[in-house]
Design a protein around this ligand. Structure first.
Ligand code: 16G
Length: 256
């Protein structure tokens, strides 16, 4: 069965049905993925071909595809086309453990890599100085990365570290926490907060998602055993593949 037949088994397409056409097109694609007729990484035919085959407008097909992309069933790669999302499984991350991105992904059998967007020494912004509790004249090392898991862009992360903890940012190639550990300053505690956001055009491009896609914005401030702050990191995690889970227990002394 070729891809075109797999998706568009015409017997299942009912233009006379009351459901909007784009919903029907979505259903066909979703069913083909669920049934395994379309597999991870399969290329989806172009909008024009699909529109011709089903006798619907390209606008209908575009709407169906863009919703499937937003739902994580398909993925659009700039300049190359639309594919069945190979990494539609979501990553679950406990909220209560202080781990690094590299460790998190290794535990799931995924390989990490990164593009460096910036690795330099400079002055902190006023916000960074406040978050790190340092004076505005104290230098910081910056680590700005696009982080991938098995080749799929997962997060954009900007870690800011007082320079004396990691004096040569360019010497850090892989895990930041491993580099901190090697200097005896790996954090042991962190405060983190997160909220939902929409990616701006540049972030969306880096994460290979449509402009305005949902993301999780996460800030982390990490501490050494003696209470000094070692890290202030801001990250955008793609919203379609990252779940944070928290374990809740009843507080000691609270009414049952
Ligand atoms: C995680 C942390 C980030 C830390 C990084 C170190 C979150 C939200 N953020 O991504 O604060 O800097 O791990 O990872 O979990 P690395 O050691 O692999 O460079």
């Amino acid at each position: 069965m070729n891809v075109m037949q797999a998706i568009f088994d015409l017997t299942r397409f009912e233009p006379g049905s009351s459901a909007p056409l784009y919903i029907q097109v979505k259903k066909l694609v979703r069913e083909a993925v669920t049934a395994g007729d379309l597999k991870e990484g399969d290329a989806i035919p172009g909008e024009r071909d699909v529109a011709e085959l089903l006798h619907v407008s390209r606008v209908t097909v575009r709407k169906a595809f863009s919703e499937l992309v937003a739902e994580g069933v398909l993925v659009q790669r700039r300049g190359s086309g639309t594919y069945v999302n190979g990494k539609s499984r979501r990553i679950e991350q406990p909220l209560s453990r202080l781990t690094s991105f590299t460790q998190d992904m290794q535990l799931r059998g995924l390989k990490t890599d990164a593009d460096w967007l910036d690795r330099s020494v400079g002055l902190p912004t006023p916000e960074e100085a406040l978050k790190l509790s340092i004076s505005p004249g104290e230098l910081v090392s910056r680590f700005h990365r696009l982080r991938r898991a098995d080749g799929v862009p997962m997060a954009i992360e900007l870690a800011v570290i007082p320079q004396h903890f990691l004096p040569e940012p360019k010497a850090v190639e892989g895990s930041l926490y491993a580099a901190l550990e090697a200097r005896g300053v790996r954090p042991v505690r962190a405060l983190q907060r997160l909220h939902a956001t929409a990616l701006n055009a540049r972030e969306a491009e880096l994460l290979d998602l449509p402009d305005g896609s949902p993301a999780l914005f996460i800030e982390r401030i990490s501490y050494l055993p003696d209470g000094r702050i070692v890290e202030y990191t801001r990250s955008h995690y793609r919203g379609d593949s990252y779940d944070f889970v928290a374990e809740l227990t009843i507080a000691a002394g609270a009414p049952a």
